[in-house]
Design a protein around this ligand. Structure first.
Ligand SMILES: [Zn+2]
Length: 328
């Protein structure tokens, strides 16, 4: 049986496991997605199918030793890097020492790099060595947002699959059919807004509706604060906490909608708050909007890439620059 597989992943699941790639010994497998589609879920199902002692067609038994060890997260032939932060030269070398000394109880050894976004020459060379070494029977799986960042030397030894988000009506129906709370409490217009400002990720839009919708409402209802000459008010609006990236994301989609409004393009992201967008479009020039969007991208880039620096530096720089662009 195939458990817990999101419906939009089923076709790709079948395509991958029914392909011939697993007849090879050593190779890499890249699954590239354009937004959060729950690809970990897909990879885990593929690994279960590969390891299962009693698989049949595209199904696995979920009962045998291999299935059980995977379910308990204790399979000696499978290792997962869930987070890029966990990847270091030491941790990868450690895999080489421990993981490869384990006995084979399944046909392959598999290392999975979830949401791979790592650019370290030493680690990449190390991974390349593992893929190239015929002594092992190894598959390295990468899931990532942008496979182009993976070096060509690795890329050329990988099979690559690309998955795109389903269209918004598909996502809307999936949410309505699978989430009673949302179906009862939200209009279709709100659900569609949530899908569009979650970059068409079914998973992120459900998360937004279930957990953050009130915060978003508060943010948008108070967005006029950006025209206030008191910078402290900005700090209330873009609260510097673990949700900061959400606020900035919501702000970006509002700006994009204002641009759309100015160009009389009526396909908006925030379709549940067109009136607010209309009002803002009278107050913000196109020049200012582009300057702010530049600041947002600089901020997001700094925020992600300089993990060792105090993030408050980027936050205050961002707040000050936005304040200055809008009010002066
Ligand atoms: Zn099994």
């Amino acid at each position: 049986m195939v458990i817990n597989l999101y419906p939009w992943l089923k076709d790709l699941y079948k395509k991958i496991i029914l392909s011939n790639i697993f007849k090879r010994k050593n190779f890499g497998l890249i699954i590239n997605y354009n937004t959060d589609l729950g690809v970990d879920n897909l990879v885990f199902n593929i690994i279960k199918w590969l390891f299962c002692n009693y698989k049949f067609n595209f199904k696995f038994c979920n009962k045998c030793l291999n299935c059980n060890l995977l379910n308990n997260n204790s399979h000696p032939n499978y290792f997962c890097f869930k987070n890029n932060k966990d990847i270091s030269l030491d941790s990868v070398k450690n895999i080489n020492n421990i993981f490869f000394n384990n006995l084979y109880i399944s046909k392959y050894k598999i290392i999975y790099f979830s949401n791979f976004n790592f650019n370290n020459k030493f680690i990449n060379n190390f991974l390349l060595k593992i893929i190239e070494d015929c002594f092992y029977n190894v598959i390295i799986i990468f899931s990532c947002l942008n496979y182009i960042k993976i070096p060509n030397t690795i890329l050329s030894r990988c099979y690559k699959y690309i998955i795109y988000s389903p269209n918004e009506n598909y996502i809307l129906n999936w949410i309505l059919n699978n989430n009673k709370y949302i179906k009862i409490n939200f209009s279709n217009l709100k659900i569609l807004s949530s899908i569009r400002i979650s970059n068409f990720s079914p998973i992120l839009s459900v998360f937004l509706l279930e957990n953050l919708w009130l915060l978003r409402k508060f943010f948008i209802n108070n967005i006029n604060i950006i025209f206030n000459k008191d910078i402290n008010k900005y700090i209330n609006l873009f609260n510097n906490n673990y949700l900061l990236e959400y606020y900035i994301n919501w702000f970006l989609y509002i700006l994009l909608d204002i641009l759309k409004f100015k160009n009389i393009n009526n396909v908006y992201y925030n379709i549940d708050c067109i009136n607010i967008i209309k009002k803002l479009s009278n107050l913000l020039s196109i020049n200012k909007i582009f300057l702010i969007i530049d600041e947002i991208f600089i901020f997001l880039n700094d925020f992600k890439n300089y993990l060792n620096l105090n993030r408050n530096i980027f936050y205050y720089k961002f707040i000050y620059n936005i304040f200055y662009i809008i009010n002066f």
